[in-house]
Write a protein that binds this ligand. Structure first.
Ligand SMILES: NC(=O)c1ccc[n+]([C@@H]2O[C@H](COP(=O)([O-])OP(=O)(O)OC[C@H]3O[C@@H](n4cnc5c(N)ncnc54)[C@H](O)[C@@H]3O)[C@@H](O)[C@H]2O)c1
Length: 355
C-alpha cells in the first residue's frame, strides 16, 4: 500500500485528491494526511475527503508516515515542501512549473538525488493520447526534420482575475501556461531550448491591480535548429467558448502536424451559454463502478503515474529504470524553467537570450 500526502489543496490540489481517493478505492494507495495553510480550505477538504489535516507541512511530514507527497502550492512556493519531504526520503510529485528559478530547480534535483527519491513534475500534455500519437509519427520519421512551428495557449481572464488573484501577480502566462507547451515541444522533438527572443504586454490585468503580463510572444530556437513561436496569454473574454484555447503546429521537411488541443471535435450551443467546446479527455467526471464519482483523462493519468512509479520503486525498480517511460522528471522541469527564465530576461532586456 502506497502512503500518500498532498500539500496545497486549492483548485489543482483537488484533482490530486480525487485521483488519490480513486486509486485508494482500487487498493493501490492510502491518502494518509493533507495540508493547506488556509484553515478554511483545510477544514473543507478534510471533511470532504475524510482525512487528517495539517496547516504546516513540516508538522505533517514529521508526524505521519509517507511514501510519496504531492505539492500543489502556488507556482513560487513549491521548493520548501519539496526539499523538506526529500530530506525525509519521501518521493515527490510537483505541480508545474517545478520552480520559477533555475537555482531553485537545481536545488530540488540535487536534494532528491542525494536522498535517492523520485522528483516528478506534472507535465500532463505528455499523457494526451493525440500528443502520444504525434510523438510516434515523429519518431518514425514521418515528418522528417522539424524546421519550424507555432504554439498558442490562452486562458480566459477569469483564471488570473478570479481563481487566484492573490498570487497571479507572482506568476504569468509564461509560468502558468507556457511551461506545459515548452515541455511538450521539447518532449516531441527531443531537443532543448537554445536561444529565445520575447516581448510581453502589461495592460488589462495591471489596470485591475494584478501586476503581471497579459500576453507574451516568444520565438524559441531549439538545439536541433527548430524555430517555434509561443503565443501565451490569459485575458480571453469571459464568454469565450472554453476555459483555454490551445494547440500547435509543427512543420518538418516531409510533413505538417496540426493539433487543436482545445476543440476536440465537439461543439454545443445552449440557450444562455452560447457556443461551447469540450476537452473531456483532459479530466472527465464519470460514474464509478459503485455509482461514486470517478475521473478519467490525461490530467488524471499524469497524477496517477506518480503513484505507479512509487509502486515500481517499492517493488525494486531504480528511479533511472523509469526514465524509459512517459514521466517528466526534475531534469525536465529544469529545462522548461530555463526557457521560462530566458523569456522573462528577453522581455526585460529587449535582447535575444541564450538559454
Ligand atoms: N497541471 C495543471 O494543469 C495545473 C492547472 C492549474 C494549476 N496548476 C498548478 O498547481 C499549483 C496550484 O495551483 P492552483 O490553481 O491549485 O492554486 P490555488 O490558489 O487554487 O491553490 C493553492 C493552495 O495552496 C495553498 N498553499 C499556499 N502555500 C502553502 C504552503 N506553504 N503549504 C500548504 N498550502 C499552501 C493555498 O492556501 C491554496 O489553497 C500551481 O503551481 C499551478 O501552476 C497546474
Amino acid at each position: 500500500m502506497i502512503k500518500l500526502g498532498v500539500i496545497g489543496l486549492g483548485k489543482f490540489g483537488t484533482n490530486i485528491l480525487n485521483t488519490y481517493k480513486q486509486l485508494e478505492r482500487e487498493g493501490l494507495c492510502k491518502l494518509v494526511a493533507i495540508c493547506d495553510i488556509n484553515e478554511k480550505v483545510l477544514e473543507e477538504q478534510t471533511k470532504k475527503y475524510n482525512v487528517k489535516g495539517y496547516t504546516d507541512h513540516k508538522e505533517m511530514i514529521e508526524k505521519e508516515e509517507f511514501d510519496g507527497i504531492a505539492v500543489a502550492t502556488p507556482d513560487p512556493f513549491h521548493k520548501e515542501p519539496v526539499i523538506f519531504a526529500a530530506n525525509k526520503k519521501i518521493h515527490v510529485f510537483v505541480e508545474k512549473p517545478l520552480d520559477i528559478s533555475i537555482d531553485g530547480c537545481i536545488e530540488m534535483i540535487e536534494e532528491c538525488k542525494k536522498n535517492n527519491v523520485l522528483l516528478q513534475v506534472d507535465f500532463h500534455k505528455r499523457f494526451d493520447p493525440f500528443h502520444i500519437a504525434i510523438k510516434k509519427d515523429i519518431e518514425q520519421g514521418r515528418v522528417g526534420r522539424i524546421e519550424y512551428g507555432s504554439v498558442h495557449m490562452e486562458d480566459k481572464i477569469v483564471v488570473p482575475r478570479d481563481w487566484f488573484p492573490n498570487w497571479a501577480g507572482k506568476s504569468s502566462p509564461v509560468w502558468f501556461l507556457g511551461v506545459h507547451f515548452f515541455d511538450l515541444i521539447r518532449w516531441l522533438i527531443k531537443s532543448n531550448g537554445k536561444n529565445v527572443f520575447a516581448k510581453g504586454m502589461k495592460n488589462k490585468l495591471k489596470s485591475m491591480g494584478i501586476d503581471t503580463y497579459d500576453s507574451v510572444i516568444s520565438i524559441v530556437e531549439f538545439e536541433n535548429g527548430a524555430l517555434i513561436s509561443f503565443e501565451l496569454s490569459w485575458i480571453l473574454p469571459e464568454n469565450f467558448e472554453s476555459i483555454v484555447n490551445q494547440g500547435f503546429k509543427l512543420v518538418g521537411e516531409k510533413g505538417i502536424i496540426e493539433c487543436d488541443s482545445q476543440d476536440r471535435g465537439t461543439r454545443v450551443f445552449y440557450e444562455g451559454y452560447g457556443v461551447m467546446t469540450y476537452n473531456p479527455i483532459f479530466i472527465n467526471e464519470v460514474k464509478g463502478k459503485c455509482g461514486e464519482i470517478s475521473y478519467t483523462g490525461y490530467g488524471i493519468e499524469s497524477i496517477a503515474d506518480f503513484v505507479y512509479n512509487v509502486k515500481y520503486i517499492k517493488n525494486g525498480y531504480k528511479i533511472d529504470d523509469l526514465k524509459n517511460g512517459i514521466t517528466a522528471f526534475g531534469e525536465d522541469g529544469l529545462e522548461v524553467t530555463k526557457i521560462g527564465v530566458a523569456i522573462c530576461k528577453s522581455i526585460e532586456t529587449g535582447r535575444e537570450i541564450k538559454i
